[in-house]
Design a protein around this ligand. Sequence first.
Ligand code: B12
Ligand code: SF4
Length: 384
Amino acid sequence: MTAPIYYSALELANLIKHSNSGAAVVLGGPQATFLDEECLGRSAADAVVLGEGEQTMLDIAASIESGGMCDFDGVTYRDEDTVVKNPDRRPIAGLDNIPFPVRHLMPTEKYSPPKSTGVISSMGCPFRCIFCASSNLYHKTFRSRSAYNVFEEVAHLVAQGYENVTMLDDNFILNKERVFEFADLLEEHNLKFDWSCTGCVDSIDEDMLRRLSEVGCNGLFFGNESAANETLEVIRKGFTTEQVIAAFDVLKKYNYTTTASFMIGLPGDDQQKVIDIISLAKRINPDFAMFLVTTPYAGTELYEKIDQDDIELTVNDWSQFTLAKPVVCTSALSTKDLRQLLVKAYVSFYMRASFAARAVAKKQLRFVLSPVKAVVTSVVCSLF
Ligand code: B12
Ligand code: SF4
């Protein structure tokens, strides 16, 4: 579970337990991992899987089957009236040994074409951005599947009629050698499908972008966050605005569909810094820009040190942690300011004639309008 679905997941756990007290209910995912004891205190669930669940869930099933307890690493569990917290489990070593997801259980026909799916080719991230739970969730390490194993999964997907694949990793392009190897495999086996991936601007180089565009990769997602180098340093992003600008200049050469994400309300943000973010977004001119309000999720340094940074929590309700509604304020920006700036950012980025012209030229209008409409509606609704 993630933060916004926290209460509904706990409610579902209770419903299941109340209708069948013999059922074992196990929770997992980032929010449960970081609030494990609280989850068991607030619900009737039996156990929480800490971090990655592939092996731990199998161990839990085996243990329940043999009438035992979930008393092993990687699990916090309920033992009658007490909650027992075990240490984290060691990260799974060989990711290639994890079977591919059982996608045939997904009713893909209910989703509009093209038939699309996501692939996870690595776990974790070596960086430590203060607003992100990923490195804590995955033991501050980056582990990846081999290029061949990822190729095998996508070959299987293409054979099943998938036309579009998104690499949902934190940073797919981090390990260049693996990226080139993957590209060679796609070319060698003449595998044709549209795909996109994630990256950090400091991980790209022109050779890699050229190579990826040759093998069907047509979209890249970047978290750029701020336009101020001092803020990028505070949040430990590890790159500068100059690198962002240079990266997007190269991306345009290869005709990628780019998405750039920015955060509004980071420590030290004031009106001017947000205006600078909007200007940077227009300067680098991605196909899509996302402006998200800074949200201190459990498991992040921002959440742990909320009172020490120039940022204050104004909402304690996890269901509001959606990135579209301010749950914080900074010393210079109230929650009302943040809401207004969010609307301003979306309106000034998307309501440009040049943006509409490009969307029409790239046949993206349909893709642009629905998410923009959803975000703008949600932001406008939250104003009242
Ligand atoms: C891809 C992604 C998305 C995609 C998902 C696309 C898709 N089709 O799956 C999209 C863009 C939709 C998305 C949306 C959101 N996301 Co997101 N997302 C990610 C990302 C980058 C990867 C998730 C992933 O698939 N990982 C790979 C799988 C294998 O790992 P996993 O999900 O963690 O699951 C493992 C364990 O956690 C555990 N586990 C997970 N669930 C369960 C359940 C049970 C019962 C058990 C036993 C175990 C278990 O076992 C799994 C296998 O090891 C993570 C960051 C990260 N690296 O994890 C953020 C992350 C999960 N997202 C996050 C957030 C905040 C959100 C949003 C709230 C943001 C928003 N408002 O848009 C929404 C929430 C959506 C929802 N309904 O819950 C946060 C969660 C923080 C928190 N404490 O809640 C993360 C950690 C990033 C961050 N900011 O730190 N996200
Ligand atoms: S924001 Fe991206 S680069 Fe930073 S820690 Fe999270 S996944 Fe890694």
